[in-house]
Design a protein around this ligand. Structure first.
Ligand SMILES: [Fe+2]
Length: 158
């Protein structure tokens, strides 16, 4: 494999790869979790939440692809399987089929807040320890989308 010669040391790409693998795994688990809610939502608010969840898992699906491709750009291979995702993910998958509308919202909000908090630390670490502006910039855009989702979920609870 031809090594990526993009002005980053192995130590820098390694750190970014490690952070990106966690993001990949977390978004992979989130995608299926949100799809589960999209498929099983019923009764009142069906239309609103069915569409809201669809938009949210769509964002996760797009994110996965971009993150995996960034790992490749940094010169590494991508382990794309659920065994690895479940091992690396910050959030747990949904094992229940029907958890109720309020629990769906509450669980997704807790996941989003955990992701945001961790991502903020990761961005600062990348900025402090590497010159990988692509990854820092990408995660900065991603945290914006997660914070917007978190606000929407929070608003549904009050
Ligand atoms: Fe659908």
């Amino acid at each position: 494999m031809v090594k990526a010669n993009i002005g980053l040391k192995d130590k820098e790409t390694n750190l970014c790869k490690w952070i990106l693998e966690t993001v990949l795994a977390t978004e992979g688990v989130m995608e299926m979790k949100i799809r589960n809610y999209h498929w099983n939502i019923k009764w009142a608010h069906f239309n609103d939440l069915h569409s809201f969840f669809e938009e949210m898992y769509g964002t996760s699906a797009e994110t996965i692809d971009e993150v995996a491709e960034r790992i490749r750009m940094l010169g590494y291979e991508v382990e794309g399987n659920y065994k690895k995702f479940l091992k690396d993910s910050l959030v747990s998958e949904e094992s229940e089929i029907w958890v109720g509308r309020k629990d769906m919202i509450q669980r997704l909000l807790a996941d989003k807040e955990l992701i945001i908090t961790q991502m903020r630390k990761s961005i600062l670490k990348i900025e402090e320890e590497t010159d990988d502006v692509w990854t820092a910039d990408f995660l900065t855009a991603l945290i914006q989308s997660h914070e917007k989702n978190a606000w929407m979920l929070r608003s549904m609870m009050s």
